[in-house]
Design a protein around this ligand. Structure first.
Ligand code: FE2
Length: 222
């Protein structure tokens, strides 16, 4: 089955509404067209997946790696967006002459993982793990599938770049200023979640390789 032949649900206003509910930071985007495209991108990605809404997606960095003990993917998307925005606002306050696009930061933070409904989809996972020699495992990582979503909804190039370059795919490129901020906010978010003991212990090996030692949570005793 080609990607274009996969079953897709209709993109309805009810589906778009779930995106607005799950990502309230969408309202911070000043540009009307960009705000609409962020909602459309998530609705498009969900409609091509088995997930009903963003909060149905597990709070994982990659399938099986970096799973939050509680919460959903919406907590990650919102957290990264707010961290990235706080970095931008710190510089815009101290150095008002700096040219940083807040709308691109917010949109990029909210859609940087828009390819995850595809990479995390249990139907896709079953197929890929069934015979990786046929399809690869995964066939495409979420930053790459995210580009398909962005092109399909007419996302501006500045935000599309952030989706592609937010993870190590971006190490092959010169990241934009806003792309660098979202990339670092994303990796910082996972590093802090890991260090604070918010991740499932299955991630401990990866944390150790990054020289991060998870602290116990307050309710886990000492
Ligand atoms: Fe992320």
């Amino acid at each position: 089955m080609s990607i274009d032949e996969r079953p897709r649900r209709p993109i309805t206003d009810a589906l778009r509404q779930t995106v607005i509910e799950d990502l309230p930071e969408v309202a911070l985007i000043k540009n009307d067209d960009l705000r609409r495209k962020v909602v459309e991108a998530w609705a498009f990605a969900l409609a091509e997946s088995s997930f009903g809404r963003i909060t149905d997606l597990p709070a994982e960095g990659n399938p099986g790696i970096f799973l939050l003990k509680r919460g959903t993917q919406a907590d990650h998307l919102r957290g990264v967006t707010r961290v990235a925005l706080s970095i931008a606002d710190e510089f815009l306050t101290s150095f008002p002459e700096a040219d940083i696009d807040r709308d691109v930061i917010i949109a990029g933070g909210l859609v940087h993982d828009v390819g995850k409904p595809w990479e995390f989809d249990p139907v896709n996972r079953r197929k890929w793990t069934g015979d990786p020699s046929r399809t690869g495992l995964p066939s495409l990582r979420h930053p790459v599938y995210g580009i398909h979503v962005c092109f399909s909804v007419g996302m501006p190039e500045e935000v599309t770049h952030i989706v592609l370059a937010h993870s190590f795919e971006g190490d092959f490129l010169i990241r934009s200023l806003e792309g660098n901020i979202v990339h670092r906010a994303d990796s910082l978010w996972w590093a802090v979640a890991g260090g604070a003991g918010l991740l499932d212990p299955k991630s401990n090996g990866v944390l150790e390789s990054r020289k991060i030692s998870p602290r116990k949570l307050l309710n886990e005793g000492h």
